[in-house]
Every structure is written in C-alpha cells, then in structure tokens.
Design a protein. Structure first.
Ligand SMILES: *Cc1c(COP(=O)(O)O)cnc(C)c1O
Length: 444
C-alpha cells in the first residue's frame, strides 16, 4: 500500500461504533456491525469516498427498520388478498394485539389467582357469534385445523370425500396430500363433476365395521365446476353419516359466521352446523376478517376429542392471535366487511373524483372476494384507468400502492382502500404519471 492511498482514511470500526448516534441506534449489534462493514467495503472498492463512510453508516442506520415488512395500500379490488396478508385487522383487533403483547392474563384467572383455560374468552366470543356451536377450538390456521380433525377423528382410518373436492388450494397446498400426511386414507366417491348421495351411501356400506372413519365435505375454494354438476348437501350427508354412526366434517374455507346476503352461495359456520355437520372448519383471516387462525366449531364430544389429541398442543394459538380474534368478534365491523359491502355509488364518486384530478378515465371494474371465497363472484365497482407502466411505479412509491394490471392497463380500485387513504393514492398516481411523462420526454 502506498503512503497516500486514500483507503488509509476509511474510519475504523471502533471509531464508527463509538459515534453517539451509532451507540444509540435501536438495532441489534449484528445489524450495526454489518452496516459498518458494508460501508467500509464500498470505500475499499472505491465506490464511496472514505470521508463519506461515517455519513453513509448514519444514514443507513437511520433508515433501517427492525422489521422489513412494509404496510401497503391494496388498490387491487381483491378483498382477501393472499399476497398482501389476507384480512386487514379492525382497529379493535390491532389495539388488542398491542395490549396482549406484554404480560397478559391469557391463562390466569385474576379472581382466584389460579391457572385458567387458555383462550377461554376468544372461545366464548366465537360461541356467542355462532349459536349452533356447542364448543369451539382455535388453532394456527385452516390447514392445521383440518389435519387435527383427521388425526383425532380417524387416525389411520378412512376419510370419505367426493372426487370433485380433491382440490389444490394455494401454490402446492393439496388438500388430499394434507389429509394423507395426517395418517388417514382417502376413500374417493363420485366423479369430478357429479357426486350423488347414493355414491356416499355405497362407499359407507363398504367400510368394515369398527374402522374409524368420517365423511368430509370441502368447499372447492378457488375454482368452480359449472354445467352438468351435482353434489350432496350437508343435510343429506348428515342424515347418512348419522345412520352409519360416523361424524360429518365440513371444511367451509372462508369463515363467514352467518349467511351473508352479499355472497348468496358462500357457506357459513352457523348454517352448516344447523344443517347437521358435527364439525365445521374455517380460516380466521378470510371473510371473518380476523387474524390467521383455524377455527373448529361443533359438538362438545367432537371438540373434546380434538382438544385431547397431542397434535392440538403443537398447533396452539399465540396470545396475540387469541386477543385479535376475540376483538374481531366483539369489536363491530371489520375492514373486510366494509370492503365487501362498499356502496357502488360511493365507490363511483371517489373513483371519478380521483380520475378527474389525474385527467384519467373511470371504468367499471369488478372486485373479488379472494382467498378462495366465492370464486368468480363479481363485486361490481369502478377503477381509475392508467397506463400499464404506472403499476410498477406505484409499487415503488412510499407507501407502496398495489394496483391491478389487466388488458395492458393499470387499474386502481378503491374498494379496499380506506377513504382516508384516497389522498395518498392520488399523490402516488400523480407521481407515477409524472415519472412516465418525464421518461417519455427524455426518450424523445
Ligand atoms: C383456505 C382454505 C384452507 C386452508 O386454510 P389456511 O387458513 O390457509 O391454512 C383449507 N380449506 C379450504 C376449503 C380453504 O379455502
């Protein structure tokens, strides 16, 4: 190294660590060390003047956040958007999570000072919201709930299921594979498009006496078979299962508590139980609008059998989830319900206002339920239409705005945008359009 090599002036690690702003950074030591090391490396490679290393380190530490997950604005029109974390929580649920994040009486009766049943209040809230259920159990997600139901009710026995319900739900999540991985064997009945109650009756007649078994009905979620189709109802299956002394399990997917007139064909927990299912399974973070959870509701006998299974402990719900679930159930309307019931006239007024400010077009646009709920069911509304290239710019805005790209256009749908965020979306769209026009200007 020659004497006047500028790399001699790169500040040492010890000097940088001693800087008061580095010492007071609310970040782990390994994050700070890595930040310092990277800035020094850039200076050694000649990418950064040695005199700027300290400023670079301070700037990086200022902008570093302990968690990198960023809040985004959902302007896609898809209410339960899997890639955006499914259900956004209500204010009540968010507050409950903050309250539960310290020490909390999740398993303690403050009257007696004794240990209490974990999550008893979330369970009570669920039972109050779904009167036909005798008992309930909450686990980590819908897939866990289904695996537990199969393991606890049939073990290595038989799960009877229609061929039309052997579905793949998310990327790589195949329901039949989950059931088999829990140890059970599938007994497939009917055909892809048509399964009759007589198909189930024949199958149940073939199960050897004493073999543990259940009948499983699954909401096909992400797809729909139309045309020449047939299926058995929960009421029909309940009568048949009872006759054979076997439990009927229904995985309804989305977790509506009661019938939702806006989604006339979507199953709900209360109706499915009233129609005779012994156990109903649903997710907490789809149409229920709560935190990620697997809900199991049904008869006392079935729920006790599930709670007693060792696997139930491996799927035990976190205190934050229990707090958010109870608050979702007791705390009034949820953002999911608001988005589902958004008034089309109000959406039109907001959309036209934004389009006018941007000198853009307002076009009719159907939102979707998403998350496997009510597949293909349109939620009529409106969108601001921008050039397709605006979409990637909107994603890079702070906060990022996620729009829908369709037919070589970028569509901003305000259904899932809280009205208070409209000015932010407008500002992002304006910025994106300016970037596009200045890019065009420099091309010319
Ligand atoms: C979404 C869904 C599941 C899986 O639930 P997760 O909460 O995502 O684990 C299972 N069954 C059906 C029918 C679903 O729609």
């Amino acid at each position: 190294m020659v004497g006047d090599d500028p790399r001699r002036f790169i500040p040492s690690t010890a000097a940088l660590l001693a800087h008061p702003r580095v010492r007071s950074a609310a970040l782990s030591q390994h994050v700070i060390d890595q930040t310092i090391h990277r800035a020094q490396e850039r200076a050694r490679r000649g990418e950064l003047p040695p005199g700027q290393v300290e400023a670079e380190v301070l700037a990086r530490l200022d902008s570093a956040r302990p968690s990198s997950m960023r809040p985004v604005i959902n302007a896609t029109g898809v209410v339960v958007h899997t890639n955006l974390g499914r259900a956004p929580l209500s204010a009540a649920a968010r507050d409950a999570i903050v309250d539960a994040s310290g020490y909390v009486d999740v398993e303690m009766d403050l009257e007696t000072g004794r240990r209490s049943r974990r999550g008893a209040s979330a369970r009570s809230a669920l039972l109050a919201a779904c009167p036909p259920a005798e008992d309930a159990l909450i686990v980590n997600n819908g897939a866990a709930a289904l695996a537990l139901a199969c393991a606890a009710l049939v073990g290595r026995g038989i799960v009877v299921i229609s061929r039309g319900e052997l579905v793949e739900i998310g990327a790589g999540f195949r329901l039949p594979e989950l059931i088999e991985s829990a140890g059970a064997q599938l007994l497939e009945v009917g055909t892809t498009n048509r399964t009759h109650i007589t198909d189930y009756a024949r199958a149940l007649g073939r199960i050897p006496e004493g073999t543990p078994a259940c009948v499983l009905k699954v909401h096909p979620s992400n797809y729909r078979i139309s045309g020449f189709t047939a299926g058995a109802t929960v009421a029909e299956l309940s009568e048949l299962s009872k006759h054979h002394g076997l439990p009927l399990v229904a995985d309804i997917g989305s977790g509506l508590l009661t019938h939702e007139p806006a989604l006339p064909e979507e199953p709900d927990l209360s109706t499915t139980l009233s129609d005779g299912a012994d156990l109903v399974i649903a997710s907490g973070d789809k149409l229920l609008g709560g935190p990620q959870a697997g809900l199991l509701l049904g008869s006392s006998a079935v729920i006790s059998q599930l709670s007693a299974h060792p696997m139930a402990r491996a799927m035990r719900t976190d205190k934050l989830t229990l707090a958010a679930m109870e608050a979702t159930l007791n705390g009034g309307r949820t953002p999911v319900s608001d988005a589902l019931h958004a008034d089309p006239e109000e959406l039109r007024r907001r959309t036209e206002g934004m389009a006018e400010s941007l000198d853009a077009r307002t076009v009719p646009h159907d939102g979707r339920v998403g998350g496997g709920g009510a597949p293909e069911f349109p939620l009529p509304g409106w969108a601001v239409q921008l050039p397709q290239a605006a979409a990637s710019l909107l994603r890079r805005h702070e906060p990022p705005v996620l729009a829908r790209t369709h037919d070589k256009t970028c569509l901003i749908d305000l259904r899932c945008v809280p009205p208070g965020d409209d000015p932010t979306v407008l500002e992002a769209a304006r910025w994106a359009l300016e970037e596009l026009s200045s890019a065009r200007g420099s091309d010319a």
